[in-house]
Ligand binder design. Structure first.
Ligand code: HEM
Length: 145
């Protein structure tokens, strides 16, 4: 389940970028950043970079994470940051991951989930990444009451 959550966060994590204000002039790679400008560091760049993830970068392949995040990213710390990086990264990273596992486990113990034929894959960024037309799924009970 950890692999599935990581792959979901890689492609469709709710946060798609980290806004930052440059406190003082500095250099970032080949760019000189003047003080007091706002920048947005989009994680869609590294999360979908074929040089980091391979030619199948756009495919949903949880098995990329079979041997952990470090191995999946070829030990590139900034290749995968759905919860941010550094001192202001998400304080609830562990909580959010455990909550997700509990919710999924409760659903999967009771239902099978099939994506509806009416579902149209169209993620959109409106503050967070979200499915533009919702996610239509079919739940079938595993046990009769
Ligand atoms: C999958 C779920 C979540 C994701 C992907 C996520 C992602 C993020 C990201 C990207 C940041 C900004 C990090 C940065 O600026 O470097 C952040 C900050 C934060 N998140 Fe989350 N988050 C999640 C769930 C939660 C939940 C459930 C809570 C609270 C119960 C929470 C509380 C916070 C707080 C308080 C901060 C601000 C930390 C700071 O500024 O020091 N997050 N989160």
């Amino acid at each position: 389940m950890t692999m599935i959550i990581n792959e979901t966060l890689r492609l469709y994590g709710p946060s798609h970028g980290l806004p930052r204000t440059v406190a003082r002039e500095g250099q970032l790679g080949k760019f000189i950043l003047p003080a007091d400008i706002d920048i947005l560091s989009l994680n869609i760049g590294p999360h979908r970079d074929p040089h980091l993830w391979g030619d199948d970068v756009h495919l949903f392949k949880p098995e990329r994470f079979a041997e952990g995040i470090a191995k999946a990213t070829n030990y590139t710390a900034a290749a995968f940051f759905p919860f941010g990086l550094g001192p202001r990264s998400c304080v609830a990273m562990t909580l959010a991951t455990i909550e997700t596992k509990i919710a999924l486990s409760m659903i999967l113990q009771r239902y099978t989930i099939t994506i509806s034929p009416t579902y149209v894959h169209s993620p959109i960024a409106i503050i967070t990444i979200q499915p533009q037309h919702g996610i239509q799924i079919i739940l079938e009970p595993l046990h009769s009451c």
